[in-house]
Structures are given as structure tokens and as C-alpha cells.
Design a protein. Sequence first.
Lengths: 111, 110
Amino acid sequence: GQQLNQSPQSMFIQEGEDVSMNCTSSSIFNTWLWYKQDPGEGPVLLIALYKAGELTSNGRLTAQFGITRKDSFLNISASIPSDVGIYFCAGQLRNTDKLIFGTGTRLQVFP
Amino acid sequence: NAGVTQTPKFQVLKTGQSMTLQCAQDMNHNSMYWYRQDPGMGLRLIYYSASEGTTDKGEVPNGYNVSRLNKREFSLRLESAAPSQTSVYFCASGSNSPLHFGNGTRLTVT
């Protein structure tokens, strides 16, 4: 089936550092989404990307949808302790709400 | 504003027992989904319902059944639980929009 390759698998950084993670796919997606999951909770949407090449920011978060529609990256600037969690990319096919998820990036932030 | 509500939050079953995981959404969404989350594997789609009255298999449907009871509710049933079904189960809903997720049901099968 379709798969999203997400990297890195985990990151251990110091508070204040910038973070970058990315996803690639062999399939073309209509929409690319980034979710964050806190312990014991469900994923929560951070950013949605709808157009190839689109660059979108949400506070300290910036994400871009690749020109080929097969990849995306998420950057977090000036990390803080509450950024800790698992970040998932997800691709959404045309005319469906169904999502294909990446394997996640576990982020740890040390003070 | 409840969003997507899942019950129960935790469950322990013995091999061979059956149970139903409940999910309800109050956002009038057409589509509903059941995912399972296992370490290192992200979320994998078990079953989904694109609209009331329809259900379809996802990536890992074996050992599960679903019922779209009405527009609000979508249940997941394990007829004979197996240890391989130990996981965290998430329900989600959407309507031509990014999915909204519940807070999960943590299931352990011994």
C-alpha cells in the first residue's frame, strides 16, 4: 500500500533550538497535513497544505508542500518544552477524507 | 464542543473475548474512520465510512467489523480478541476537511 517515509524517527534538542522534519512519498497527494500528538491524546491538526509549493506558517511552525506533491517539511523555530510530542505527516488523496500517515517523529526538548 | 468522543478510554480483554469500541461525533461530518496506532508504525486505517450507510475496508481490517449506526456514530467490534490487537485505537471524522480525532481507546489483550 501507500506509505509515507517520515524522518527523523526521533529528535532530542535543547530549548531554543530550531527543528526540521520531513516526509516523502511515492504517491501524489492532493493535501498534506501535519498533526501533533501529546501523550494520552489524539492527533491534533497543526497545518494543512493544499497547493503544490505552498508555504504556510502557524506561529513558530512553518510547513511547505513540495512542488511534485510527493513531499513536505515542517520546521519549528525556537523550540519550547511544550513542543514535546509526536509529529505526524499525513497525505490526503483527492475526493476523499482518508489519510495515509507517516510513522511519526518523536520530539524531546530539554531545558 | 465535544468533537469526537470515544468510549471506553481503557480496556483489558482476554484472548477470545469480544467487545465494541464506541465513537460519536457532533460536527455533522459525513466520513468517519477507525485507526490503530502501534509503536513505530504511525496510524493505520482499519475501516472507514464515507457516508451514513456505507463502510469500507482500510489497510488492516482483518479481525474487525464496523457499524455506521447513524451519521453521528461509528462502532468498531472485535469478535474474538487476539494479543496482536493490543493497540491504541483512534476514531476520526471529517467532511472534505482535515480529520478530527478522538482521544483514543487503549486496548490490551492478554
